[in-house]
Write a protein that binds this ligand. Structure first.
Ligand SMILES: [Zn+2]
Length: 286
C-alpha cells in the first residue's frame, strides 16, 4: 500500500499500556472477566451487539462499570501510525461518499488496546478480534491480532490489515445508515437460525463496504500496489466461518455461521471493490 502521503487520523485513542492502573483495578477486571466468561458459557454466545471480527470465542454483551483509566499513549510506533493513516484515509473516502448522498459522515474513533478494555458494549478482549461497538461508535483493535492474521490465519500484508480496519469502519457506516439497528430489531423477533443469517448478511455487507472503500481510496488517493488485492482477498477468506470452524472444531455447521463462509466473504469484498458504490452491497436483497 502507498500510504506515504496519507495524513493520520486524529481519532485514534491509544490505551495500550494504560489498563487499570492499580492492583484493585486489575483484580476488578479479573473478576469481571471470570463473571462474564461464566455468564457467556451459561447463556451461549450472543454476537449481535458486539460485532467482533471473528466468530470464535465468547463475545460478550454484558454491561459493566469498570471505569476506563485515562489513556497514557506511548510513543507512536509503526503499527499505530499505519492504523492512523488507514483510518484517516477511510475518513476522507467515506466523507466523500456520504457527501455524494447528501449526508454527513461522522467519524468513528478507533481504540488501540492490549489484552482487555472497557467499551460501551461490554469488556473488549483481544481474543474476540477487532470489533465495532455501535453504542459508543468506536472500533476496538488489539494490534496483536495483526500478527495472528499473518501467522495463524496465513494472511500477511499491510492491505490484509487495512481490510480488517475497513471492515470495522464498514460496521460504522451501517450504523450511520440505520442498517445495524434495523437488523438488530429483526433479530430480536427471530429465532436463532434466522438471527444468525441476518448476522451473516450484515457481516458480508461490511466486507462489501470494505471493498467499496478500497475502490474509492484507490481512485482518490492511488493507494493500491500490485499484490494488495490478493492480500485482502486472502484475509477475507481466512476469517470465513467454515475455515475457522474447521480449524477450531474440525467440522462445519453452516446454520451457526455468523460472519459468512470464506467464499462469500471474499466474493462480497471483491464485488464492493469492483463496483465502488454502496448500491453494490445489497446483501439483504439477494
Ligand atoms: Zn464484522
Amino acid at each position: 500500500m502507498r500510504l506515504e502521503d496519507e495524513s493520520e487520523s486524529t481519532n485514534v485513542e491509544d490505551r495500550r499500556g494504560s489498563g487499570p492502573a492499580t492492583g484493585f483495578g486489575k483484580r476488578k477486571l479479573g473478576i469481571w472477566a471470570i463473571v462474564i466468561a461464566l455468564v457467556a458459557a451459561y447463556f451461549g454466545i450472543d454476537p449481535r451487539l458486539i460485532l467482533g471480527f471473528l466468530s470464535v470465542g465468547g463475545q460478550v454483551v454484558e454491561q459493566h462499570s469498570t471505569a476506563a483509566t485515562p489513556a497514557r499513549p506511548g510513543p507512536k510506533d509503526e503499527a499505530s501510525i499505519f492504523v492512523a493513516k488507514v483510518l484517516g484515509n477511510t475518513e476522507r473516502v467515506w466523507e466523500q461518499i456520504f457527501d455524494e448522498l447528501g449526508a454527513r459522515y461522522s467519524k468513528p474513533a478507533l481504540v488501540l488496546y492490549t489484552g482487555a478494555t472497557p467499551s460501551a458494549c461490554g469488556l473488549g478482549q483481544g481474543a474476540m478480534g477487532p470489533f465495532y461497538c455501535p453504542l459508543d461508535q468506536k472500533v476496538y483493535v488489539d494490534l496483536r491480532f495483526f500478527d495472528e492474521l499473518q501467522h495463524r490465519y496465513g494472511a500477511p500484508g499491510d492491505f490484509a490489515r487495512a481490510y480488517v480496519l475497513a471492515h470495522e469502519v464498514g460496521h460504522h457506516v451501517q450504523k450511520l445508515l440505520g442498517i445495524s439497528e434495523k437488523v438488530q430489531s429483526l433479530q430480536q423477533r427471530s429465532g436463532e437460525a434466522q438471527a444468525n443469517q441476518l448476522s451473516v448478511r450484515l457481516e458480508l455487507q461490511a466486507d462489501c463496504l470494505a471493498g467499496v472503500w478500497a475502490n474509492r481510496a484507490h481512485e482518490l488517493r492511488n493507494i493500491l500496489e500490485p499484490g494488495d488485492i490478493e492480500d485482502g482477498l486472502r484475509a477475507a477468506a481466512a476469517v470465513g466461518d467454515d475455515t475457522l470452524q474447521r480449524r477450531t472444531q474440525g467440522y462445519v455447521v453452516p446454520e451457526s455461521f455468523t460472519h459468512g463462509s470464506s467464499a462469500d466473504r471474499a466474493k462480497w469484498f471483491r464485488l464492493g471493490l469492483k463496483e465502488g458504490r454502496l448500491q453494490a452491497c445489497d446483501t439483504f436483497g439477494r
